[in-house]
Ligand binder design. Structure first.
Ligand code: SF4
Length: 342
């Protein structure tokens, strides 16, 4: 038995490995129905938030994340670049805004930012904010001072994925610990920045590792406002280049379970969409995914182009979410004919 019914209660759940696994293992139709019911309680089911991601500093990272082409320890053939100029970043952000993106995510392949880079980073945050977009950064580990600096510059979100379960984490990364990750998330939260944190499927982890990762996220002092769920894109030259593909139904189950466990969060269908059919993406949206990355590339990996996304949205009757709709409590379905399960 589940210790409470997430379809009828909005109070904060404290999840255990067992209760979360019971949700994950529900018959698929029951799981999808529950997830869609929870989703409609908090979000317009026909709106999806669009984020655009730019690599502001590519490659040469000293960390050893075994899935990543940007680690200097792997022979992926990616060469390291310098931190982009502020003006270049703002020009890219302007283009993304004009193409409909409401959140601009900037990623640097660092263990953690250096103090000498902070003025440039802060100028990027301020400049993108001035364009009327939400800002997100992923720069590696942060200390308290850096978190506060970013908050003062107006950073809306900080991305720092926990990647997998605590038990499996050491199989994927050895240069920083699971506790280090949680510490950065806590610094970010205490500085008043919204948290974006999720993980990756396909690292060789088991089903319970996937569920345990969601338990960690859902039980944070506050669940992340954004939960990216990535499907590994194996990269040649990385230790995971021959990783087995993720079963599509397992991926959909993961999205639905994340939606039920973190009803107020934006669940983002992140890396791996190029390997997903339209039908699979549609199932993910039905399961409660309501955010995607748009644009041809995701840091260093392929992503469906904007035209493909627009075609898919048109087929599904999905509209891009506007910035003012991002807070779930601010959302009411626009069309009264849209059925909302209560
Ligand atoms: S995932 Fe991030 S921290 Fe890990 S190697 Fe890649 S760029 Fe570095």
């Amino acid at each position: 038995m589940l210790h409470s019914d997430p379809t009828t209660e909005d109070r904060r759940e404290i999840w255990t490995a067992e209760t979360a696994r019971q949700v994950f293992d529900l018959p698929l139709m029951d799981l999808l129905f529950r997830a869609q019911t929870v989703h409609r309680r908090h979000f317009d089911p026909n709106r999806v938030q669009l984020s655009r991601l730019l690599s502001i500093k590519t490659g040469g990272c000293p960390e050893d994340c075994s899935y990543c082409s940007q680690s200097s320890r792997h022979a992926s053939g990616l060469s390291a670049s310098k931190l982009l100029e502020v003006e270049r970043v703002l020009a890219e952000a302007r283009r993304a805004r004009d193409a409909g993106a409401t959140r601009y995510c900037m990623g640097a392949a660092w263990r953690s930012p250096k103090d000498r880079d902070m003025p440039q980073i802060l100028a990027m945050v301020e400049g993108v904010k001035a364009l009327g977009m939400e800002t997100c950064m992923t720069l590696g580990m942060l200390d308290r001072h850096q978190s506060r600096q970013l908050a003062e510059a107006g950073l809306d979100y900080y991305n720092h994925n926990i990647d997998t379960s605590e038990a499996y984490y050491g199989n994927v990364i050895t240069t920083r610990s699971f506790a280090d990750r949680l510490d950065t998330l806590e610094q970010v939260r205490q500085a008043g920045i919204k948290v974006c944190s999720g993980g990756i499927l396909g690292l060789g982890e088991g089903t319970q590792d996937r569920v345990d990762m969601l338990v960690t996220l859902a039980n944070l002092s506050e669940p992340p406002e954004s939960v990216p769920v990535n499907m590994l894109i194996p990269v040649e030259g990385t230790p995971l280049q021959d990783a087995a593909p993720v079963d599509p139904i397992d991926f959909v189950r993961m999205i639905a379970t994340a939606r039920i466990m973190m009803p107020h969060s934006h669940v983002r269908l992140s890396a791996g969409r190029t390997a997903m059919s339209d039908e699979m993406q549609a199932m993910c949206f039905f399961a409660g995914a309501n955010s995607i990355f748009v644009g041809d590339t995701l840091l260093t990996k392929d992503n469906p182009g904007e035209e493909a996304d627009l075609r898919l949205f048109a087929k599904l009757g999905i509209q891009p979410m506007q910035v003012h709709e991002h807070h779930p409590e601010a959302v009411t379905p626009r069309d009264p004919a849209i059925p909302v399960l209560r």
